[in-house]
Each structure stands twice: as structure tokens, then as C-alpha cells.
Design a protein around this ligand. Structure first.
Ligand code: CA
Length: 517
């Protein structure tokens, strides 16, 4: 019975790896069961990393923002850096649902951002999430920071029957134990945007208000967990840790939002020298946020560096897979849009995805279009748990591409979907009871195409860019002027929407344009 043996082997190797982690022997066994740390600050765009301007990375043609990120830069040189990781539905909750379940927003339970007015958006409890699989296979699982995947209910454990937030529409949520999907250790909250006044509920449901800039506080908590200062974990087991840092998410307008020492790096720089993308509208009021956004980026870099240093200090760096990513990007005045994220623009959809696994992943870049639902199966594949990928998963396991294994032939994706949903119908109390699939699109290495419908489900708007020739997406092309390319993109879009059983496929939306065969 192969399926029963695998977890036992994993557990044994895990036992050994944690001893080895401390003492540094018996290399052979270490390779079997890696520890995993997945760190994903919120709203961190791919270009906001200094190394893009290093000679090694310049050939990728990604114009790096003028940011100070020394820790991420060193990490990138030791890692595989993906140039085209895509957040398919670039918004917090839908991304996180897809990340956790390996399913697209139409299946994960989270088609739109979670809040108390939207009971239809709630992470499914009846499917196995990434953490469930790690837990089942002998891992000690821990979650730190923001996790915006729950429909907030009257659930503050210290004030039973009360909302966490007193406002009418609430975003924040305490996650009860039965909804934690295999996470043994908990230090988390739903959504709360006072970066220097964060709060967290711990494993037992006690609230903590540390009055410390949240990424730094979370890094310290992760370090304490790694060092097992308070017997937080079973050191006989390998660990799977996720860290959802809220900055550089808004607000980004004052020293209440970031560390002063980081702000000082940017405060005297003219906006022209900060918003360097040719599509940036520097006349927007938001332009002043650039200094605070980049200061937050630098602060996140420091917090990330603290965790990396601790891994090294504990001699855990060799046997730990570390990922740095984000849930979506940030437009920051590009395209004159006030919407920081929910769009098909590169600034919103292209996220960092940097993965380090010494001796298993060769440091380099790769342009694979990794979609959000691919992350879960790929991470499980990286940890040799590919036989445990749940049947419900819609994404693909690209671990063999990341590890450059020649034995398995895995087809690379031709493109990545773009998905935009909004509120559908509401009941008499104003609660959202369905979602409306407002826009769908496809992104390839060469093009971005997004189609939007009105409430009668007729075509309302098209965004079509030749990203290779026009990387800043300044010229919206006409479909009828490029019939061959348009057909290929629409065929790929139809094929993917059919594969994931999207509402556009099910309702035959725009079937005069999109082939769903
Ligand atoms: Ca977000």
C-alpha cells in the first residue's frame, strides 16, 4: 500500500531532518523532506525589487523600481526568479483562496473579496488546502499574519457574539480552530489596516496587540517559532510556515504606515525619480504615496532578511524551501487608475515569485507563466508530495520544471487567465447572494487581452495590448486590426475557461467571439 508508506517515510525523514538541521550531517536524508516557508506580503508588485537593475537581471527587461531591497536582492541571486508569475484574479481574497486550494475563484469558494456583506465568499471547508496536505504528511504547520479568506461572522472569541469590527460592513475575522485547515500554530487575523497597531489571535484565540510595525513583529514571531522559544512546535517534525505580511498594502500616506528609517531613504527624492514607469501619471494625488509604498517595501525586505538570517543561524537554510511572493501587485499611478490592483495591467498581475532550495534549484531566471492555482501543487511537488495533490486541484505541478528534472516531460503553460468578478444579486437585507463575472482575459508572454461585459452579458469593453512591443501597455489595440492574433488568444481563453468550468463557459458568454469547443 504505497499511499500508506509515503507519509511514514516522510515522517521518518522529517524526524531526521530536524536533528540534521541542528547538527548538519547525513545529507542524503535531508533531501527527502524539506521544510517550507512561504512569505507573501500584500500588494507587492514584481518590479519593486532592486535586483532587476543588477547586471545579472537586466537582460529580463523588467524596469526595477528605485527601491532599496538588499535582502531580497541577495536572496534572488541564490534562487530561481520567475519573471512571469501571474495573479489571475489580482485581489486579496480570491488570490488567497486559489493559493490555498489550487482552484480558480469559481471553485475555491472565494470569487470576490471576503466581507460580512458577502456570505458567498468564504474559503471552502470541504476541500483539502495546501496546509491540510502538509499536515497530513507529518508537517508542523504554522500561519502568521494576514489571512483574508473568511466570511467575517460574530466571532470575536474575547467578546462572544460581537463582530471584530464595530462597523457595519466588516472585513476582519477571527478564524476558529475548525477553519484553520491543518495549521497547528496560529498567529493571525483577517484584515486590519493599522500597520503600527496590528492585532493577532493566537492558537487558543487570545488576542495580542503588540503596537509594533506588523512585518517586523511577524518576523520576530516567526523567529521565536523557528527557535522554539516557547515550545511552539514539535521539532521532530518538518515545518510548513506561511507568513502573510500586510504592508506594502495601503494605507501608505504617513509615518503611521511605515518605519521612519525606511521613509528617510525616499523622503527627499523627487516623485519623478520614484515613479519611473513611462505609464505613470505623476499628476495623481496618489503620487505622494510612492515614498511610503517604497518605504514599506524596504521594511518588508528587512523583515524578510531577519527570517533568512535566523534560518542560517539555526543551520536550517539548506533544507528549507523559501518562497517570496505576493497576492497581487500595485498600479501606483500607472495608467492613471485609482484601482491599485483589480486590473489586467502588468503592475497589478505580475507578482514576485522567488524560490530558493539549495542544491535542488539552480539559481537562474525562468519565464514560466505560473498561475495562482499552480502554486499549491507545485509546492507539494517540491516537497515530494506530488502523490498527495488533491483531485480537486485545477492548477498544475511545475516542480519538475523548477528542479530542471529531465525525467518528466511537463508542458509549459501557454498563458494565464485574467478574472474579474463583482457583486451579483443581493437579498432583501443587502447581502450579496451571487457574484457577477464582469471580465475575463488571457495573458501570454506577448499579449494581454481582457474582455468585459455589461449586466446584459454583452461586450462592453476590450483591453488588448502587445506586451512585447509595448511593455507599458500604452496602446489599446483593436481586435479587428489583428484578426489572427485575436483568434489565437480568444481560442486559448475559451479553452482555459472551459477547462476550469468558468461561468463564462457555462453560460456561453460572448460565444460569438470566444470558442468554447
Ligand atoms: Ca491584497
Amino acid at each position: 500500500m504505497k499511499n500508506q508508506i509515503i507519509p511514514l517515510i516522510s515522517l521518518t525523514a522529517g524526524l531526521m531532518s530536524s536533528c540534521i538541521g541542528a547538527k548538519g550531517t547525513a545529507k542524503e536524508t535531508v533531501k527527502e523532506v524539506p521544510n517550507v516557508i512561504y512569505i507573501f506580503p500584500d500588494q507587492y508588485r514584481n518590479m519593486a525589487m532592486g535586483f532587476w537593475n543588477d547586471p545579472t537581471f537586466q537582460k529580463e527587461g523588467i524596469k526595477g523600481d528605485p527601491v532599496h531591497t538588499p535582502n531580497i536582492d541577495s536572496f534572488a541571486h541564490e534562487s530561481l526568479v520567475l519573471t512571469h508569475a501571474i495573479s489571475n484574479c489580482p485581489l486579496s481574497s480570491p488570490h488567497w483562496g486559489a493559493l490555498m486550494t489550487g482552484m480558480y475563484p469559481n471553485k475555491s469558494g472565494i470569487p470576490i473579496n471576503c466581507n460580512s456583506n458577502r456570505p458567498i465568499s468564504n474559503l471552502r471547508n470541504d476541500v483539502e488546502c495546501m496546509s491540510d496536505v502538509f499536515h497530513k504528511n507529518g508537517y508542523e504547520c504554522a500561519y502568521f499574519g494576514k489571512l483574508h479568506t473568511d466570511h467575517p461572522t460574530r466571532n470575536n472569541p474575547q467578546h462572544p457574539g460581537e463582530y471584530v469590527d464595530k462597523n457595519k460592513v466588516v472585513w476582519d475575522a477571527y478564524t476558529p480552530k475548525e477553519r484553520r485547515h491543518g495549521f497547528d500554530y496560529w498567529y493571525s487575523y483577517g484584515t486590519f489596516d493599522e500597520h503600527k497597531n496590528p492585532h493577532y489571535w493566537d492558537t487558543e484565540g487570545n488576542i495580542h496587540k503588540p503596537k509594533e510595525w506588523s512585518p517586523l513583529h511577524e518576523a520576530k514571531q516567526v523567529i521565536s517559532y523557528l527557535k522554539n522559544e516557547h515550545q511552539q512546535r514539535d521539532t521532530q517534525k518538518p515545518f510548513f510556515i506561511m507568513v502573510g505580511m500586510n504592508p506594502p498594502h495601503s494605507p501608505y500616506r504617513s509615518l503611521n504606515d511605515c518605519m521612519e528609517e525606511d521613509y528617510n531613504l525616499y523622503k527627499d527624492l523627487p516623485i519623478d525619480s520614484l515613479l519611473i514607469r513611462p505609464n505613470a501619471d505623476k499628476s495623481m494625488k496618489k503620487a505622494n504615496s510612492a515614498r511610503f509604498y517604497f518605504a514599506s517595501v524596504t521594511g518588508v525586505d528587512r523583515a524578510f532578511g531577519m527570517i533568512l538570517d535566523c534560518l542560517k543561524e539555526l543551520d536550517l537554510d539548506k533544507n528549507t524551501i523559501v518562497v517570496f511572493s505576493s497576492d497581487h501587485g500595485e498600479t501606483m499611478c500607472s495608467h492613471s487608475t485609482k484601482d491599485a490592483k483589480n486590473s489586467p495591467y502588468t503592475e497589478a498581475m505580475n507578482v514576485p515569485f522567488i524560490i530558493r532550495y539549495p542544491e535542488h534549484i539552480r539559481p537562474r531566471t525562468d519565464n514560466i507563466m505560473l498561475s495562482t492555482p499552480d502554486i499549491m501543487p507545485t509546492m507539494l511537488g517540491m516537497a515530494n508530495l506530488q502523490n498527495n495533490i488533491p483531485k480537486t486541484v485545477q492548477g498544475y505541478n511545475y516542480a519538475s520544471i523548477l528542479k530542471e528534472e529531465k525525467t518528466q516531460k511537463v508542458t509549459r503553460p501557454q498563458g494565464a487567465l485574467y478574472i474579474k468578478n463583482t457583486d451579483g444579486e443581493k437579498d432583501k437585507d443587502g447581502k450579496v447572494i451571487s457574484y457577477f463575472p464582469l471580465g475575463r482575459g488571457i495573458k501570454t508572454h506577448a499579449y494581454t487581452l481582457a474582455l468585459y461585459i455589461n449586466r446584459d452579458k454583452q461586450l462592453e469593453k476590450v483591453q488588448f495590448f502587445h506586451d512585447e512591443k509595448d511593455p507599458y501597455q500604452l496602446r489599446n489595440l483593436r481586435l479587428d486590426k489583428h484578426p489572427q492574433v485575436a483568434k489565437e488568444l480568444l481560442d486559448l481563453l475559451g479553452k482555459e475557461l472551459k477547462r476550469i468550468e468558468d461561468p463564462w463557459y457555462k453560460e456561453n458568454i460572448l460565444s460569438d467571439m470566444i470558442s468554447y469547443r
